[in-house]
Ligand binder design. Structure first.
Ligand code: SF4
Ligand code: SF4
Length: 374
């Protein structure tokens, strides 16, 4: 099992799509839900209690999550000293990476760091100076010996030219990334849809950019025999290459990937914090191998694309905050993504037949925080 350990609800950033939306999104559609808004700021259970949970599963993976998890350095180190998961991972905004000693940083199997693209775009979404500070810290941890996977985790919305920004992350001279994942800011808030231009942007810009990017991805395989770790493509291509038909959420939310709130309650996904109806156990008592599973409902259960998509997002499916029409516009981006990869499969098959690339190039650690379907 994978657990995202929410060390704190606090964050040291004020990003547009998170803090900014929280200020503007005043329409409370959760009145019918029993939500605990009073979660402790930091974890109030012990590292020993988490170790007990983890010990029951030989394949347990722990990912530190927040808020910003690096605000809780002592708690993080205690957990790293006392628990013995298969891997530790970290999802961070990167601003405080210089504060954690290399002995600990170098133990992470994977670090997902929030970078939205080049300096101008990252700072537009995340605040002035963010990009420089994060890149400085990434250089520092690699100089100090971090050799795990470093994934640029982009949040994507209307100011993003997906083709240009992903290409930049891969090819820039400042800090080229070899792994990139992106997630659409879509369906997480209530009133933002009417304020934004999602439909036009996704149709006229994003979807076209994704198709161009899929071509570039395979060009790189042809020219350099390299399968770039662009996670949305990698996950779908791996399923197509192996003939596997996904029917479950590809992020793992609610069936293999859970989050642990600061008060120790276990939930299907970090975005479902406080939603009491979805609590599946407590860190002090739960058996990780017997947690209740939760799956998406309609419209995903009636969708012809469920096998390739997996349902995209449990939270979006449960809340349906954007309404049916806009939900389908997001699904259009999923169909486009799957088709973009599928249309490249003859080229990929050909390269595999020639031995230029092979099946193993598409393998990755599943549920590592990359949701695959943005
Ligand atoms: S394409 Fe849309 S409706 Fe279909 S499974 Fe994915 S999220 Fe659900
Ligand atoms: S895709 Fe949705 S359900 Fe999955 S981890 Fe992200 S927010 Fe949670």
């Amino acid at each position: 099992m994978f657990f995202q350990v929410i060390l704190t609800t606090s964050c040291n950033s004020e990003c547009r799509y998170c803090y900014g939306e929280a200020l503007e999104d005043m329409d409370d559609d959760s009145a019918d839900l029993d939500v605990d808004y009073d979660l402790p700021r930091k974890i109030n259970y012990s590292a020993d209690q988490l170790a007990r949970l983890c010990k029951q599963d030989p394949y347990c993976v722990l990912t530190f999550y927040g808020g910003e998890p690096l605000l809780c350095l002592e708690e993080m180190k205690q957990i790293m000293d006392k628990t013995k998961p298969q891997f530790f991972m970290l999802q961070t905004n990167g601003l405080l990476l210089d504060r954690l000693e290399p002995d600990y940083v170098n133990r992470f199997h994977t670090i997902l760091v929030s970078v939205d693209g080049d300096e101008m775009l990252t700072d537009f979404y995340r605040g002035p100076g963010t990009f420089r500070k994060v890149i400085r810290n990434l250089r520092l941890i690699t100089d100090n010996g971090f050799r795990g996977e470093l994934i640029a985790r982009m949040t994507v919305m209307e100011n993003t030219d997906i083709y240009k920004q992903v290409k930049w992350l891969l090819e820039n001279q400042e800090f080229p990334f070899s792994s990139v994942h992106w997630q659409l800011n879509a369906g997480f808030w209530k009133t933002d849809y009417v304020r934004r231009g999602f439909e036009k942007w996704s149709r006229e810009d994003y979807n076209i950019g994704v198709r161009k990017l899929a071509e570039l991805w395979v060009d790189k395989m042809e020219n350099d025999a390299v399968v770039l770790r662009l996670y949305p493509f990698l996950g779908i291509a791996e399923s197509l290459v192996s003939g596997e038909k996904e029917a479950f959420l590809r992020c793992g939310g609610g069936w293999i990937n859970y989050a642990i709130q600061t008060d120790g309650q276990i939930i299907p996904c970090p975005t479902m914090w406080g939603m009491k109806a979805h609590y599946v156990g407590h860190v002090t008592a739960a058996n990780p191998l017997k947690l209740v599973k939760e799956f998406v409902s309609e419209p995903c259960t009636d969708c012809a694309n469920l096998k390739s998509c997996g349902g995209r997002c449990l939270y979006a499916n449960v809340m349906k905050r954007w309404g049916a029409q806009a939900y389908d516009q997001v699904c259009d981006t999923v169909r486009n993504l799957v088709n973009a990869v599928a249309s490249q499969m003859p080229r990929i098959d050909n390269l595999m037949k020639k031995g230029r690339i092979n099946f193993r190039d598409f393998e990755y650690v599943r549920f590592n925080g990359c949701e695959i379907i943005p």
